[in-house]
Design a protein around this ligand. Structure first.
Ligand code: CU
Length: 214
């Protein structure tokens, strides 16, 4: 179902590796050409016989040009296909009543300048609880591992965006609107919930803790 820590990390790794691969080729190519094609001392200027108003087609290589258009296109299409599934798993129609065959629990988050208000609805404290983190003094949302949550979002003032950093999941919380996001919890521990939409002076400190227990 929805994106979790494991699939997010896997996607991150794939994108990271391809970025390194492409980066090495592009920057290596540039570095090589920067030195290889540099004019040497005493070299006659205009060694390539470039003429004003004339495209230097005598160095044209059709196969090379086609390759550097087709290869990156294939890579981009491949990466887009990879992320389509997880993206549509994070965002679902907020008016949908449920997902067939999937058990999930609904909670609410409201953003305010500059804190989060967590609403556990009618859930038992085992499934959802709100407290204060003993180490940081931050508000803590306490959820249960291996559980799927649908979080309904809104805002009491300006647009905010709760960002579940570990899961790479975020969605705008907009005043007067109800949006929603799926969160499939698959790790225990303590994680940050940050605000990912600039919302004023203390935006950077609009942090809460997500604590996940077995
Ligand atoms: Cu905010």
């Amino acid at each position: 179902m929805a994106v979790g820590g494991a699939s997010y990390n896997e996607l991150f790794e794939i994108f990271w590796n391809w970025s390194i691969f492409v980066g090495v080729i592009v920057f290596g190519w540039q570095l090589h050409h920067s030195f290889f094609y540099r004019a040497k001392d005493g070299e006659v200027p205009n060694i390539d016989n470039l003429k004003v108003g004339e495209f230097p087609l005598h160095y044209h290589n059709g196969k090379l040009e086609a390759a550097w258009i087709i290869a990156p296109s294939i890579l981009i299409i491949y990466l887009c296909i990879l992320i389509i599934g997880p993206t549509s798993d994070v965002w679902e129609d907020p008016d949908a009543v449920g997902v067939e065959g999937v058990d999930y629990f609904e909670i609410g988050i409201t953003g305010y300048q500059w804190y989060w208000e967590f609403d556990c609805r009618e859930l038992s404290t085992d499934l959802c609880d709100v407290g204060v983190d003993s180490d940081t003094g931050l508000t803590t949302l306490i959820l249960k591992n291996n559980t799927l949550y649908r979080i309904d979002l809104t805002s009491g003032d300006v647009t905010h965006s709760p960002y579940f950093v570990q899961w790479g999941a975020k969605e705008d919380a907009v005043p007067g609107l109800q949006t929603s996001i799926w969160l499939s919890i698959d790790l225990t521990g303590k994680f940050f919930i940050d605000c990912a939409e600039f919302c004023g002076d203390d935006h950077a400190y609009m942090t809460a803790i997500l604590e996940v227990h077995e």
